[in-house]
Design a protein around this ligand. Structure first.
Ligand code: CO
Length: 295
């Protein structure tokens, strides 16, 4: 009789423990203090001059959230490989999070420094969430939006672009922003941004290297409007390889060469969006919005 009661009790206990959330079961095992951290995630660049952009972002982040440790990581495998050959080790988001886990961080905001929520952003999203809730690991991982996520962001980005166009550009001269573009559905952000830009200044155009609208569309628009001179500016976080070669390089396939062949004089501006405070503020606001959840 007594053994029967004991067995019944054990079965009951087992059932109850199954119903309890795991956090309660291990409650006595994790008394670590809350340790908050920031992980910045950039695509990466091999151009050393572009490092200014990253330094600028880090300074702004530290000013906005003083005392919170900031870590860096990069999503481009090609860039990580290239830099490794030069002896520079760049961490992937997963490597950086593993390090932060070892250093007892409990709450981490992963801030995307991408331009749109495209393929790079989504693959990062998938990976970093795997680091949340591991036993003795990071309890919570939140991801901050890239530069353009909401409709308000797109409007704000358009206004920022208008602000950073060189002052010497005359109103009748055209401006062509050259974005990266993507085969991911998020390429619609470029069309949305182009629409907002046109509403603010009908001489400002936005095209994409690997998406719609491409150089053929931009060329046709510029010819129709008979522009003699345009400012060519990258709409990418850093003025790296794409800006220096695909946008403004001497090769016949660069946007500069294609437009100049049509008699459109190009004034090249080699500055990435991350070099301008107007854009950095948007990324930092997204980071702060995610960070607020940890209070
Ligand atoms: Co690319």
């Amino acid at each position: 009789m007594q053994t029967k009661t004991a067995i019944k009790l054990l079965v009951l206990l087992a059932l109850v423990s199954l119903l309890l959330p795991p956090s309660l079961l291990y409650a006595h095992g994790d008394k670590r203090p809350m340790k908050k951290g920031i992980l910045l995630v950039a695509f990466g660049t091999t151009v050393p001059e572009a490092q200014i952009s990253f330094d600028n972002i880090e300074q702004s982040v530290k000013k906005s959230l003083p005392g919170v440790p900031v870590y860096w990581s990069y999503t481009s495998r090609i860039i990580i490989k290239k830099m490794a050959k030069e002896g520079k080790h760049l961490a992937t988001p997963a490597e950086a999070l593993a390090k932060m886990m070892r250093e007892n961080f409990t709450h981490v905001v992963v801030q995307s420094l991408h331009t749109a929520p495209g393929a790079e952003f989504h693959s990062m999203l998938k990976n970093v969430h795997k680091f949340a809730g591991m036993d003795k690991g990071i309890k919570k991982v939140l991801v901050g939006y890239p530069l353009m996520a909401t409709s308000e962001d797109v409007q704000r980005v358009a206004e920022a672009i208008i602000k950073v166009i060189p002052k010497e550009r005359k109103k009748k001269e055209g401006v062509v922003l050259v974005g990266h573009g993507t085969h991911h559905p998020a390429n619609v952000y470029y069309a949305a941004l182009a629409y907002h830009l046109q509403r603010l200044d009908s001489n400002v155009f936005l095209g994409a290297l690997e998406g719609w609208p491409g150089i053929d569309d931009i060329k046709a628009d510029l010819k129709k409007r008979r522009f003699k001179r345009v400012y060519l500016m990258p709409f990418m976080s850093v003025a790296g390889d794409h800006a220096r070669n695909d946008m403004a390089g001497p090769g016949e396939n660069s946007w500069k060469s294609i437009l100049e062949k049509e008699g459109i004089n190009c004034v090249v501006v080699l500055k990435g969006t991350a070099e301008f405070q107007e854009f950095v503020d948007i990324w930092v606001d997204h980071l702060r919005a995610a960070f607020e959840h940890f209070r």
